[in-house]
Design a binder for this molecule. Structure first.
Ligand code: TRH
Length: 391
C-alpha cells in the first residue's frame, strides 16, 4: 500500500443507516476504523442502529448513545436530530441521506465540507465512469462526489488494512494458532481429512439438498456455521433442535459445528482457517478475497434479478485467468448457490477444482493488493478537494 500523503487531521463524519443485515455497518465501521487507526483522522460514525454495531463489536458494548472505540467516536443517529458541528469531510454511505438540518449546517459552513456518497461495491464496467463524479446539490451550494469501491485502479479500490496480509500469512504459518483460535470458537478436534467450510449465507431453498450431498460424499466435510439465520434450516434438516453455540452434529460424512457469531475483528481468522468460505453481501465477500482461499459468493438479492448482472460482472473478472473447465466449475456452482441451477449436480466439479482454485485465489488476492486500498484512495481524493477549496 502507498502511505497516504495526507498528514493533516481532518474531522470526518460517516453516516450509516442499517437497512437490513450487517453489511452497511460492517463496511462503515471498517472504513471508520481504518481512517482513524491507519490515517490518523478524527472520525465520527453516526449509525441509526447501535445494536447492529455491537453485534460486530461486542467488546464496545456499553449503555451509551456516544462512545469511543478504537479511536472512532460512534454515535447513535437518532430522531430528532440534535444540532451538531459540521465535519470537514462528510461521508454518506450508500445514499443514506444525512439529516436535512445537518445538510443545512454543511451548506452554511465555509469552506464547504467535502461530501462523499460511498457506493455499494460492484464489478460492473459502469463503476469506473461514476467513480469521483460530481453531483451539485439542486438548491444548496454543495457538491456531492460519488466514490465507488471496485476491482480496478479506475475505482476507489477495496478496504484493506495495511497489515492485513502479513497478519494472514503469519497466522497461516502457525498450525497452533489455528488450533487455538478454533478452540476459542468451540471447534474441537479436527475431523481427519475433512474439507473445512465456513458458511455465511442468506436462506437457500435447496440447502437440504446441499447438506445431503455433503453427508453422502466421499470426503468428510466439517461445516462451521456462525450463529445466524442458517442454523435454523440446518437444524431442521438434521432433525435436531436449533444447535447451541459449540454444538456438533454429525451425519455420515458431514459434521456441523455451531459457532458463536464471531466479532468482526476475528472473522478474518475464521476465513483463514477454512478450505472454502461461503460468504455473502459485500464485506464478508471482500474479506474472503483477502483470505486468498476458494470462496463461494451469495450476492445480496435485488428486485427483478438485478443482482445477477453484478454476479456475472464479478465472475467475468474473477475467472478470467482460469482454464475453461475450472471456470465452468466455478460459474455453474456459484450460479446454483445463487438460485440458478442444481447444487448437487455442480458440487463435484467445484470440489475437484479446489486445488486449482486455491492457487487462483492467491494470485487474485495478490493482484488486488497491487491497487490502492479504499481508505487511502478516499483520503487522497478528499485531501485534493480540501486543498482546492482552501487556496
Ligand atoms: O450482512 P450482509 O448480508 O450485508 C448486506 C450487504 O452488505 C448488502 O450489500 C447490503 O445491501 C445489505 O447488507 C443491506 O453481508 P456482509 O456485507 O458480508 O456483512 C456481514 C458483516 O458481518 C461483515 O462485516 C462480516 C461480519 N461477520 C462477523 O463479524 N462475524 C461473523 O461471524 C459473520 C458470519 C459475519
Amino acid at each position: 500500500m502507498h502511505p497516504p500523503e495526507m498528514s493533516a487531521h481532518y474531522r470526518w463524519a460517516i453516516f450509516c443507516r442499517v437497512v437490513d443485515n450487517l453489511g452497511d455497518i460492517g463496511v462503515c465501521w471498517r472504513l471508520a476504523r481504518m481512517l482513524a487507526c491507519f490515517h490518523g483522522q478524527q472520525v465520527q460514525l453516526w449509525v441509526d442502529d447501535l445494536e447492529a454495531f455491537f453485534r460486530l463489536c461486542p467488546q464496545a458494548r456499553q449503555p451509551a448513545v456516544r462512545l469511543t472505540h478504537e479511536g472512532v467516536e460512534v454515535c447513535l443517529w437518532g430522531e430528532p436530530w440534535l444540532p451538531t458541528a459540521c465535519a470537514e469531510i462528510v461521508i454518506e454511505a450508500f445514499s443514506c441521506d444525512p439529516p436535512a438540518s445537518y445538510v443545512q449546517t454543511m451548506a452554511a459552513h465555509q469552506p464547504s465540507p467535502v461530501w462523499i456518497n460511498l457506493e455499494y461495491l460492484s464489478a460492473e464496467d459502469w463503476v469506473a465512469g461514476v467513480h469521483r463524479m460530481r453531483s451539485p446539490h439542486p438548491r444548496l451550494p454543495l457538491i456531492k462526489h460519488f466514490f465507488c469501491p471496485g476491482f480496478t485502479p479506475a475505482t476507489g479500490g477495496l478496504p484493506r488494512e495495511p497489515d492485513l496480509l502479513a497478519r494472514r500469512d503469519a497466522y497461516g504459518a502457525s498450525a497452533s494458532a489455528r488450533t487455538a483460535f478454533l478452540e476459542t470458537l468451540g471447534v474441537g478436534a479436527a475431523v481427519p481429512g475433512a474439507l473445512t467450510i465456513s458458511l455465511f449465507a442468506y436462506a437457500h431453498p435447496d440447502l437440504g439438498e446441499m447438506l445431503r450431498c455433503w453427508e453422502q460424499g466421499d470426503r468428510p466435510v466439517q461445516l462451521l456455521v456462525p450463529q445466524g439465520r442458517m442454523l435454523e434450516p440446518i437444524a431442521r434438516h438434521l432433525g435436531a433442535g436449533r444447535p447451541d453455540t459449540g454444538a456438533r452434529v454429525q451425519r455420515q460424512a458431514l459434521t456441523v459445528v455451531a459457532l458463536p457469531f464471531v466479532p468482526q475483528r476475528d472473522y478474518d481468522r475464521l476465513l483463514w482457517s477454512c478450505d472454502v468460505n461461503f460468504v455473502r453481501g459485500e464485506d464478508s465477500f471482500v474479506r474472503a478475497q483477502w483470505a486468498a482461499r476458494p470462496m463461494v459468493w451469495q450476492i445480496y438479492p435485488q428486485q427483478e434479478q438485478a443482482h445477477m448482472l453484478k454476479l456475472e460482472a464479478f465472475l467475468q473478472r474473477y475467472t478470467q485467468a482460469l482454464d475453461d473447465a475450472t471456470r465452468e466449475a466455478v460459474v455453474r456452482f456459484w450460479y446454483a448457490w445463487n438460485g440458478q441451477g442444481s447444487l448437487t449436480a455442480h458440487w463435484p466439479a467445484y470440489a475437484a477444482a479446489l486445488p486449482e482454485l486455491g492457487r487462483h485465489a492467491r494470485g487474485w488476492c495478490a493482484e488486488l493488493a497491487q491497487m490502492e486500498d479504499l481508505a487511502t484512495s478516499l483520503v487522497n481524493f478528499c485531501k485534493a478537494i480540501v486543498k482546492s477549496r482552501v487556496f
